[in-house]
Design a protein around this ligand. Structure first.
Ligand SMILES: Nc1ncnc2c1ncn2[C@@H]1O[C@H](COP(=O)(O)OP(=O)(O)OP(=O)(O)O)[C@@H](O)[C@H]1O
Ligand SMILES: [Mg+2]
Length: 211
């Protein structure tokens, strides 16, 4: 039996955690095993990697080093958390995954998105979400509203605009894998759209895509 891998993506403060929690709670109450997780940092080693990535005290980090730290977190997180859960038949609900790395590291303009995607395929051994929910919002209304910014949140307006564009391009390239929703609809409206799409995947495993 194999489970279902659902990822929430989008900029800072768009509502990923809110929706991931609502989905996880609803699936649990219907009796399913749910593993609610996030990247980066949801393993012991990952917490240390996350600390390096997000702590303003890290200062300037070489773009390739930064990408490799994200990928190291992902490889370990898949090994420790995601793959075992999917193998048990659980639904894995994950806050951020490969798209965040492609959108943010690609948005830095230093790294080629195609090269990054190749590295990400290697690091994840090709594991892709069954569904990615992209919560789309102008950065001014998401990250712009955050007052105590971490290292990435403080990276500047252009960076966040390019990252938003990066997320949208990934979704547009493979619409069957994505649910793109405007992030400032009422929370319940978003939750209902997510629920419908996830329920469809759970009730018809043949509708799932190959990894
Ligand atoms: N649909 C919505 N409309 C308006 N406000 C919302 C909506 N969804 C979430 N919020 C609010 O936006 C804020 C950020 O939400 P949340 O923490 O879920 O976002 P996030 O994407 O997980 O953020 P981060 O990137 O910082 O982890 C919270 O105050 C939350 O209550
Ligand atoms: Mg969050």
């Amino acid at each position: 039996m194999s489970g279902l891998f659902v990822v929430f993506e989008g900029g800072d403060g768009v509502g990923k955690s809110t929706q991931a929690t609502l989905l996880a709670d609803r699936l649990r109450s219907s009796g399913r095993e749910v593993v609610r997780t996030f990247e980066p940092g949801d393993t012991a080693a990952g917490r240390q990697i996350r600390q390096i990535l997000l702590d303003p005290a890290t200062g300037d980090l070489d773009a390739r080093a930064e990408a490799l730290l994200y990928l190291a977190d992902k490889a370990h997180h898949l090994h420790e958390v995601v793959r075992p859960a999917l193998a048990r038949g659980a639904v894995v609900v994950c806050d951020r995954y490969v798209d965040s790395m492609l959108a943010y590291q690609g948005a830095g303009r230093v790294l080629d998105r195609g090269e990054l995607a190749g590295l990400a395929r290697w690091a994840t051994d090709g594991l892709r979400p069954d569904l990615t929910v992209l919560l789309d919002l102008e950065p001014a209304r998401g990250v712009g509203a955050i007052t105590a910014k971490d290292r990435l949140e403080a990276a500047g307006d252009d960076f966040h605009l390019r990252a938003r564009q990066g997320f949208l391009e990934l979704a547009e390239a493979e619409p069957e894998r994505y649910l793109v929703l405007p992030a400032r609809q009422p929370i319940e409206t978003i939750a209902a759209a997510v629920r419908d799409r996830v329920d469809a995947l759970l009730s018809d495993p043949r509708g799932r895509l190959d990894p």
